[in-house]
Design a binder for this molecule. Structure first.
Ligand SMILES: Cc1cc2nc3c(=O)[nH]c(=O)nc-3n(C[C@H](O)[C@H](O)[C@H](O)COP(=O)(O)OP(=O)(O)OC[C@H]3O[C@@H](n4cnc5c(N)ncnc54)[C@H](O)[C@@H]3O)c2cc1C
Length: 443
């Protein structure tokens, strides 16, 4: 009997994405039109969907492939983030390094696999997205943060990863601010202008991929040998479907399934003028994450803007309110003022939020569902590198390939469902609040 997958949540504006707004206007969007048939339809034009569509096209050059995106590519979460392609586990004060060294190494291999794929595409097509292989700084502001970094450094040593300590003066020389007590530099992280990167990846897809934007899939009917995708203005038939909708898969069929849409927020300043640049000092471009994962991520951009990210909010309805955005902006301004007292007249020009896709047990969805639809969903916070890798690998898996990384993804745990959902929802929000409160000075 035919089964149906229904989407009940769609991307919302969620503030004004500074990365997108500071780019030249996009080319007009092509929307999906009814009655077409494709060998493959990839749903979701974030980093995962872009890599899945590219890899399918590379491996099956004669196949017809459609990539369908509900909004504009580059305007949604994959183009809203802080642009860190992180190669190492992120949650540096967690217990992850007490796991087996092999499991940690496998995670690093997986994340580097994604970064390498995107980097080589950026280089091959000369994608103009400020791609940098400059590494990142993990900075601490107090003893607690320093201890977390020391714990992280021990883990890095165990898996033979390079790092370098910077004292207070050395990190001030990079950032121009005396706010940080010290930092750990790790060289394997790359950064990019995320909206420019997503647009560039879409614009350089192989010829057998057609990109459709402003085309939200409403439902997918499993009709045996083919799937029928319903859009607002008609239907499209596909032999195979790959879902790369990340957090928007949290309520498939209207039922929660263990995926937790947790929003985080960012703000970008106006352009800092040459006199202010002189007052700030430091180097022209740097990327810094906090010792406490709930603290503030900060990037100084070569465009002379500064980007601050912090604050998390669990929003199962996949939409944030004006009050959420106003609160995030207040928090960002406070974090900015504490770090950059020499730039006190520099306001935040853009503030926005976007959903991460977390789960209680760090599980993710990868593989073929019972209805025959393929899926790569659940970035758990490191979506740029992990999404790049899982997008590439779901395409390989769907085309019958097998390798260690695919097996690693097939063996990962599924997101654990939270029973008694309304109570669990309150517990998730409370847990975030407690963690954020304890991040204190790192915010
Ligand atoms: C402020 C912020 C900072 C962040 N910083 C970082 C960072 O520095 N590094 C990092 O690794 N991660 C970061 N993240 C997380 C990162 O952005 C995500 O992990 C990443 O975008 C996941 O990629 P994805 O392609 O799997 O999902 P998404 O980027 O969410 O893409 C899914 C796409 O599916 C589309 N879609 C949904 N439903 C439908 C439908 N029905 N029909 C058609 N299309 C649909 C959506 O519009 C969306 O474009 C950050 C996130 C935010 C919000």
């Amino acid at each position: 009997m035919a089964s149906k997958l229904e989407f009940v949540r769609f991307p919302a504006p969620d503030g004004v994405n500074g990365w997108w707004e500071t780019l030249p206007p996009p080319s007009p969007a092509a929307s999906v039109s009814s009655g077409h048939q494709y060998d493959w339809v990839v749903v979701g034009g974030g980093i995962t969907g872009l890599c899945a569509a590219r890899r399918l096209a590379e491996l099956a050059p004669d196949a017809s492939i459609a990539l369908v995106e509900a909004d504009r590519i580059g305007r949604t979460t994959a183009g809203r983030n802080s642009g860190f392609f992180v190669d190492l586990p992120h949650d540096i004060s967690s217990e992850s390094y007490s796991r087996s060294v092999e499991a940690d190494k496998a995670d690093v291999r997986f994340q580097r696999h994604g970064i390498d794929y995107v980097r080589s595409t950026v280089k091959q097509y000369n994608i103009d997205c400020d791609w940098r292989d400059d590494g990142k700084f993990h900075a601490s502001v107090n003893r607690k943060g320093h201890n977390a970094l020391a714990h992280f450094a021990e883990g890095l040593a165990r898996i033979n990863e390079a790092f370098e300590w910077l004292d207070e003066a050395a990190i001030a020389k990079v950032t121009g601010t005396n706010f940080y007590r010290g930092a750990l530099f790790t060289p394997g992280c790359s950064t990019a202008q995320p909206a420019a990167l997503m647009r560039g990846l879409a614009a350089t897809l192989p010829e057998n991929v057609k990109v459709f934007e402003l085309s939200a899939v409403r439902g997918i009917d499993d009709q045996g040998p083919s799937k029928v995708l319903t859009f607002a203005n008609g239907k499209v038939v596909a032999r195979q479907v790959v879902l790369c909708t990340n957090a928007y898969a949290a309520t498939f069929g209207g039922h929660p399934n263990g995926l937790l849409p947790v929003y985080t927020f960012a703000s970008m300043t106006r352009v800092v003028n040459p006199e202010e640049v002189k007052r700030l000092g430091g180097t022209r471009s740097w990327a810094l994450i906090p010792a406490d994962p709930m603290g503030s991520t900060v990037r100084r951009l070569a465009t002379d803007r500064i980007c601050v990210r912090n604050h998390f909010a669990f929003r199962p309805g996949l939409e944030v309110s004006q009050a959420d955005l106003a609160k995030a902006k207040r928090m960002h301004q406070r974090s900015f003022d504490r770090r950059f007292p020499m730039l006190k007249d520099v306001g935040l020009e853009y503030t926005w939020g976007g959903p991460l896709c977390l789960s209680a047990n760090n599980g993710a969805l990868f593989g073929r569902r019972d209805d025959g639809v393929y899926e790569a969903i659940g970035c758990n916070g490191l979506g740029l590198s992990r999404g790049s890798a899982s997008g590439k690998l779901i395409a390989e898996y769907a085309l019958g390939h097998s390798n260690d990384l695919i097996r690693q993804l097939l063996n990962q745990p599924h997101p654990r469902s939270l029973l008694v959902r309304p109570i669990a929802d309150v517990a998730v929000s409370a847990a975030i609040w407690v963690k954020e409160f304890s991040a204190g000075a790192e915010l």
